[in-house]
Design a protein around this ligand. Structure first.
Ligand code: HEM
Length: 351
């Protein structure tokens, strides 16, 4: 029953409830101890320039209803398959960090060449995210053919899902073009790993023009969604002073020592269906799922930011919304020389 992540609403709920029950019916912890507790000028210039070129009302004449059309799809799919929300937010992150927010992640492999989505780091991206963009694009194309980029649709859909899950609403600037390049070999070290150190994370995010605060705020997306056992199983079968023993015990039930790569468990064991700031409170209780999550509370540079977000949900919402806006400008393409508009998001030059 638990060998694959269910996506229908009822089995999804059942799975998560059982998981939560298994944590909270463990014997109480014996006074769990808490651990004692930049962006480059080039990036900034480019971002300021993009801020001027992209705009919230970019399609006001050519496709004035674009947000409503995408919204019709996201809200309907959210009811049918709630996992579409984390799937799409994660998809957007994986798109932006490789070649920029240009929908290169949506391109399907053709001939011998492997597209970005075939890279090892992208194998676990759930189909629901791709499906959302496909459906939204189809609807948008039926009203305004050849106008709206796949990259803008993905950015709008990710924002919609943050809001539908109870998170902040923010305006999405539009005017991105789709990328002409999508290669698995270009993924490389552009995506973080579950055991990345805080140093590595800070460097990676800085290389995209994002600050340490942005990085901690964006990690708050792990307040929803799931992770497969292989990303954290190493923490379960060795002493790990940074993991709550109750959580460890519950996770062992689902994740055998050899990995259990088909099983996925919720990131946030307290409010898995809500986009709130519980992720940070969990880190304070040693209930972070990935080593990279928990490390944010051990490192003196990131710990104060975690504490501030845990204390104040509004502060987290503000920081998350502005970090998402900044992330959505990473490596944006403009114009025919640098980009394309695709009718089918999975095929280059499909206009
Ligand atoms: C800071 C470094 C980050 C690391 C090391 C990391 C790592 C991971 C890993 C290992 C998973 C589980 C994948 C799976 O098993 O299917 C995951 C899922 C997820 N990540 Fe991250 N991530 C990071 C940052 C982000 C950011 C910046 C966002 C978005 C703003 C994000 C959003 C998500 C979401 C929503 C999921 C759940 C996906 C689902 O349930 O389908 N992550 N992440």
């Amino acid at each position: 029953m638990f060998l694959s992540l269910p996506s229908s609403s009822s089995s999804f709920l059942l799975f998560t409830c059982l998981f939560l029950l298994s944590i909270f019916t463990q014997p109480a912890l014996s006074s769990a101890q808490l651990l004692p507790n930049s962006s480059t000028s080039g990036h900034t210039r480019r971002r300021l320039l993009l801020h001027r070129q992209l705009s919230v009302d970019y399609y006001s004449k050519s496709c004035p209803d674009v947000e409503r059309l995408v919204g019709a799809v996201t809200s309907q799919q959210f009811k049918l398959t709630p996992v579409s929300a984390p799937a799409t937010i994660n998809l957007f992150f994986h798109d932006c960090f490789v070649e920029g927010c240009d929908a290169s992640i949506l391109v399907a492999s053709k001939g011998g060449g492997k597209a970005e989505r075939e890279a090892e780091q992208n194998r676990e991206l759930r189909e629901e995210g791709f499906e959302i963009v496909r459906k939204a694009k189809k609807l948008v194309e039926s009203k305004c053919p050849g106008v709206v980029s796949c990259a803008d649709i993905l950015a709008i859909a990710a924002r919609d899902f943050v809001h539908l899950e109870g998170g902040p609403y923010y305006q999405v600037k539009k005017g991105r073009w789709d990328g002409k390049i999508s290669m698995a070999s270009r993924v490389g070290n552009n995506l973080p790993h579950a055991n990345s150190t805080v140093d590595q994370l800070i460097k990676l995010f800085a290389s995209k023009g994002l600050t340490l605060e942005d990085m901690v705020a964006l990690s708050g997306a792990h307040t929803i969604g799931f992770a497969h056992c292989n990303h954290f199983v190493a923490r379960l079968y060795k002493p790990d002073p940074n993991m709550d023993p109750k959580l460890k015990h519950a996770l062992r039930t689902y994740c055998p020592s050899y990995g259990g790569s088909d099983v996925a468990v919720p990131f946030d064991a307290t409010t898995p269906f809500l986009f709130d700031n519980a992720y940070y409170g969990n880190l304070q209780k040693k209930m972070g799922l990935l080593a990279s999550d928990q490390a944010l509370y051990s490192d003196p540079r990131t710990k104060p930011v975690v504490e501030a977000m845990a204390k104040n949900k509004q502060k987290f919402f503000q920081a998350f919304a502005s970090a998402m806006e900044r992330m959505s400008l990473v490596g944006v393409k403009r114009g025919k020389n640098h980009g394309e508009k695709r009718r089918d998001c999975s095929i280059h030059g499909s206009l």
